[in-house]
Design a protein. Structure first.
Length: 197
């Protein structure tokens, strides 16, 4: 998630592999330190800690150089999926110049998938094994049609805030730019573009 404000971090933006302190910035969800991916005076990008799963609210507090820079209580949802990118069956990024074919297999990567079993470890990467699975129902829709979900869960070797869904595209899709959306626990992502040949 992104936190926006004024004077909440250094003027020059600092990007890091998740750390709980970046450029003097620390962010807490209740008493749990959040991994910071980016910190700057007007924006901080963090991973919400796995430890807040199951809560309905959490208090987010920002410290900058040890001084409280603000706090707010926010709602905690069961899921709020967002798609970052889509890979074709050969592992290449899907794009207008590199489309998938109807009936192909694709991998969808995103965040905000909600609880998994076993649960991720805040600030760590997903292990190769065992894979974690969503605890809520997952569907993928492409061009208004349901795609076949083959795998839905952790994204091995990526940070534990990411998810991976492997799906088979409907075989009768029209060659064009289509929209793909992911629904987890009844909450649907914003549509992402997927190119079909």
């Amino acid at each position: 998630m992104s936190v926006q404000g004024y004077g909440i971090g250094p003027q020059a933006g600092l990007a890091y592999s998740p750390a709980t302190q970046v450029g003097g910035v620390q962010v807490y969800f209740d008493n749990f330190a959040a991994p910071i991916i980016y910190a700057q005076a007007e924006q901080i990008n963090v991973q919400a800690p796995w430890e807040i799963a199951g809560q309905t609210t959490t208090q987010v507090q920002i410290l900058y150089n040890g001084v409280a820079a603000g706090s707010v209580t926010i709602p905690v949802g069961q899921a709020l999926p967002g798609v970052f990118y889509i890979e074709n069956s050969d592992g290449s990024f899907n794009s207008p110049s590199n489309p998938a074919r109807p009936g192909d297999f694709v991998s969808v990567y995103g965040t905000g998938g909600g609880t998994m079993s076993p649960q991720g470890v805040t600030g760590n990467v997903w292990p190769l094994a065992p894979p974690s699975s969503f605890t809520q129902a997952v569907t993928v829709t492409v061009g208004g049609e349901t795609a076949g979900v083959l795998y839905a869960g952790s994204a091995p070797t990526l940070e534990s805030g990411f998810f991976q869904i492997n799906a088979r595209l409907p075989p009768d899709l029209t060659a064009a730019a289509q929209s793909l959306s992911v629904t987890i626990g009844g909450v649907t992502s914003a549509p992402a573009a997927i190119s079909i040949q």
